[in-house]
Design a protein around this ligand. Structure first.
Ligand SMILES: [Zn+2]
Length: 258
C-alpha cells in the first residue's frame, strides 16, 4: 500500500501490474476496483482493514475481470451504466479466457454493480464519479478526489504497457482523456502501472489519436498494414486490436460498376 496523497492509497500488484485504490474520509472510505478473483478481493479487503475500519463504498472502473471479479469479498459495488450489461454478457467468456492464468477467475461469484451516484460524501471529503464517454470500454468510470487533485482513471490510462483496445472505442477515447485532463488533476492513477502526471496522459492521448489516424488511413486503403505498423506508437498487436475496433469502410463503387 502506497499513500499517494493525504488519505489516498494505492495497492500495486505483480499480477498484471494491477493498481487498486482506496480513498479515506472522516466517516467512510471508497474502494476503487476489487481485483482478479474472490481470494484476491479478500486479500485486498484485508489490506484495507489494516488502514481503516470505516464503512466502504465500492466502485468498479469497468467490467474487466482484473478490476471486477473480486467484488464478492466486498458484498456489492457501483459502476457506470453499461458495466452491469457488459458483465452479464462477457463474464463467462472472460472466465474462459483467463482461468488458465488465474484459476480463481473461473469460480469468482459474479456480483453485478448498481448504477453509481455522481458523488460520494466520505466525511470532510467528497469524491466525484463520472463516465467521460466511451474509451477503453463503453462504460469506463473515473473517480475524482478534488481536494488532493487525484484522479483514478481505470484502464483509460495505462502505464508500463500499451493501452488495451480489445473492447475499446478508439475514436472516442482521446476525448475521454481530454475530460480527465479538464478536471485539472495533479496525479492520475492508472488501472495498471504507477501513478502518472497529466503530461503522461496528454502523451497517451496523442498516441491514441495517432493510432486512430493510422486505422482510418488503413481502412481507406491509403497505407498497408506494414506501413501502419512502422508508423505506430504501439506494437503491432495493439494496432491490430485498435483496427478491429474501427469501422472498415467499404471501397466506393466506381461509376462503371467495377
Ligand atoms: Zn480493462
Amino acid at each position: 500500500m502506497i499513500e499517494v496523497a493525504d488519505g489516498v492509497w494505492i495497492r500495486r500488484h505483480a499480477e498484471l501490474d494491477l493498481t487498486l485504490g482506496l480513498i479515506v474520509g472522516d466517516t467512510g472510505c471508497l474502494v476503487v476496483d476489487t481485483g482478479i478473483d474472490e481470494a484476491f478481493g479478500q486479500a485486498w479487503a484485508n489490506a484495507i482493514r489494516e488502514i481503516t475500519d470505516l464503512p466502504w463504498t465500492v466502485v468498479l472502473t469497468h467490467g474487466h475481470f482484473d478490476h471486477a471479479f473480486g467484488t464478492a469479498a466486498f458484498g456489492g459495488c457501483f459502476a457506470s451504466e453499461g458495466c452491469r450489461e457488459a458483465l452479464v454478457e462477457t463474464a463467462h467468456q472472460q472466465a474462459a479466457e483467463w482461468s488458465a492464468q488465474f484459476p480463481g477467475v473461473a469460480t469468482a461469484p459474479l456480483v453485478l454493480p448498481l448504477p453509481a451516484p455522481f458523488s460520494v460524501d466520505l466525511g470532510g471529503r467528497e469524491v466525484l464519479l463520472s463516465h467521460p464517454g466511451p474509451g477503453h470500454t463503453g462504460h469506463d468510470l473515473v473517480v475524482q478526489v478534488p481536494d488532493v487533485k487525484v484522479v483514478f482513471a481505470g484502464d483509460l490510462v495505462e502505464q508500463g504497457a500499451p493501452p488495451q483496445f480489445g473492447d475499446s472505442y478508439p475514436v472516442a477515447w482521446p476525448m475521454a482523456l481530454e475530460k480527465i485532463l479538464d478536471a485539472g488533476p495533479g496525479l492520475v492513477v492508472p488501472g495498471h502501472g504507477d501513478p502518472v502526471t497529466p503530461d503522461f496522459v496528454e502523451r497517451q492521448r496523442t498516441e491514441i489519436t495517432e493510432i486512430v489516424t493510422l486505422c482510418e488511413r488503413l481502412n481507406r486503403g491509403e497505407i498497408d498494414l506494414e506501413g501502419a505498423v512502422s508508423r505506430s506508437p504501439y506494437p503491432r498487436k495493439t494496432l491490430e486490436e485498435a483496427l478491429a475496433r474501427t469501422i472498415r469502410r467499404r471501397p466506393l463503387r466506381r461509376p462503371d460498376g467495377r
